[in-house]
Design a protein around this ligand. Sequence first.
Ligand code: SF4
Length: 425
Amino acid sequence: MKFVSYNQLSFKNTPYYNRLPSNEKEVFDILTSIFHFKVNTYVLDHLIHWDTIPNDPIYKLVFPRKEMLSPIDYNHLKTLYHNGLKSKDIIPFVQHIKQKMHPEVKHHSTSIPKENGQVIKGLYSNFKTIVSLFPDPMVKTCHSYCSYCFRWVAFNNFEAQHNASYKDPLTPVAFLKNNPQITDVLFTGADPLVLKAEVLKKYIDPILAIDSVKVIRISSKSLAWWPYRFTTDKDADALIAFFDYIIASGKHLNFCAHFTHPRELDHPEVKKAIQRIQNTGTVIRCQGPLVKDINDDPIIWSQLWTKQIQLSMIPYYMFIEANHNSENCFRIPLAEALHIFQEAQQQTTGLARTVRGPVFMNDLNRILLDGITEINGNTYFVLKSLQAPPETSSEGAIKLIPYNKDLKDLGDLFVLFNAPTPVLI
Ligand code: SF4
């Protein structure tokens, strides 16, 4: 299959645009003036079930939804469109909303490595043994965009990409050599596996020569969005050969696969792709967020983990959806999230006990919502810090929070687990 992707303009020229009910067309037209949209032929032809839109989960996973904006802003934009204003006349209001929707991602002041007092751009080191790397070509794009992604702000934004990434492949080398406690290196993005194998090699090769780095992690949704990347793409063989090469260097290669719905694992091409990756010795660990109206059902998670295990992958994390801004509408109450996780585990083979969840992941902490307990007649959520910045002593700490069945947000997790308040940038 040839990779063809569509943005908000070109999608309108596909037959699928005319399959949208008129109110969905309106939502699409309005919201794609704010949020980025990208979809490819595989997602359109094989993943979305067009007969069930707008309720189809994969449709909701790709297409923006009205609730991503406040009702006031949405209705204001709608009025502007209905008044027949041209796009250029709406730009100032669109810019105003975009600024409001800008996700606020916090970093601990010590999470951004420095050398000789200078910040090393494109590196984030929040936890003791791992550093996340953002080479410039990896932060550009994905095979398709997820409606719930807070990284939309960097798509097509060259300034944001420039500020958060590095261009010279040797940039992280000295830092990693000087910090031998860092055993794991995570390449993330956008989606690194959009890149050609030779570009990946240029950025990963210098890391392979560092003895203290034992694990290369690559985070990607390409298995769900474009499995042909590993089977029939022009350089699919080169990519698989590169995975072989990483393993031959003595490193463990961990493919952090992002799956949101069991349907993403049904197509024969995904199975072929998984097999090819596994034949190299790469281990695929699966993670994904729990999102309202897309996968907020224990049956869906049980099916997802069962299929992952059948395909010899490891269920790893169920995340609580980020809460930076527009993703807020994808969050469900924490009590419900915990119920879904526990119920799904009970319905699934014990091998799915490898999965941790529901987990809040932000750039500062990884916190597990571990259960509900009662003390002296009062009910509490039990939280456990799985990972925290090394300067703090909160890793492993347990906190009890008063139970509230409607609670969706615990506020600032860093403050909750750490005192005094850290310097944030
Ligand atoms: S694949 Fe990942 S980075 Fe890309 S849009 Fe989806 S969540 Fe965001």
